[in-house]
Each structure stands twice: as structure tokens, then as C-alpha cells.
Design a protein around this ligand. Sequence first.
Ligand code: ZN
Length: 176
Amino acid sequence: MAVLPIAKVGNPILRKQSTPIDVDTIGSRAFQTFLDDMFETMVENDGIGLAAPQVARSTQVVVMECGGDNGFPKTVLINPKILFYGPQQTEMWEGCLSIDNLRGQVTRPSMIRVQALDQHGVLQEWEASGLYGVCIQHEMDHLLGKLFIDRMTDMSTLTQLQEFDTYWKDESTQEV
Ligand code: ZN
């Protein structure tokens, strides 16, 4: 396994629409190693989600995992689609491994129904809400060339981490 370099904002690959994975390649050793490398890269950087364009591969692959009470299970999304957005909205703090040291509040649908191939190439469909649902939407935005800063409705909440700790951390909003 290997920790891969992370593309940072300004790298044009983060702004490209990514291409679907050929299902026949999912079982290959090269692809499975790539998934392992993505997980290792995510954990090494203290992330809870990582999309392939962030490691300079313009393909439709996402890995996610978050421990703790608000966490969610280890998840692989290949060629994902959102089938349904719930009617309620939720506002959370988002950050991104491709945008160092910044956070901002983003409002998104609080529940989604998602369909994706898993790490074995099996089609799965499930509902996700709260932190899990927001994280899926954030990571799937990467596959469209979108970043969380594009989704912010109030740019006045954009904050560097040291100012977040001083001015915002008592806010009762969750963070992704
Ligand atoms: Zn991100």
C-alpha cells in the first residue's frame, strides 16, 4: 500500500468531470490496490472521505470511513448516482483535504438515496442521512469537478482553522 499525493485547489484535475470505472476492472489486483491506497491516504491525512480526483485519477471512485458516535461504516462508491434527495436541508461545517486549513458552512439535503457499485462490483442501494449523507454528497461533488466552496451560500462563514477554534467551535453544527 502507499500514501498518494493529494491534489490541492488550483489543480485542474479537481475541476474535471470524472469518467466511470469499467466494471470488468474492479476485480483486478491493480484496482483493488488503488482502493487500499485511497483508504491509506485518507487515514494518513485524518480525512473521513476521499475521491479519486483528489489523488489525480479522474475516475468515479470514492472511499469513506468515520469512527465515533456520529460516524459511518467503511464505504466504497464506484460509479455512484443519487436517486433521491429528501425534502429537508441540513447545514454543516465542511472542510476538504484538497483545501488546506479552511472550513465553511454548507447547506445540503439531509437525506439521500444513493446507488453505487461496491468494492466487489456489486450494485448496492441505500439511504444515508446526517454526516454520512453530507459526506457522500461532498465526495460525489468531487466527481463532478465541484468543491464545497462552490456550494456555500454564505461565504462569510469561510474560516481558517485557527479562527474556527476562536470564533466558531461553540456552534452546535456538525462538521464534515
Ligand atoms: Zn473534499
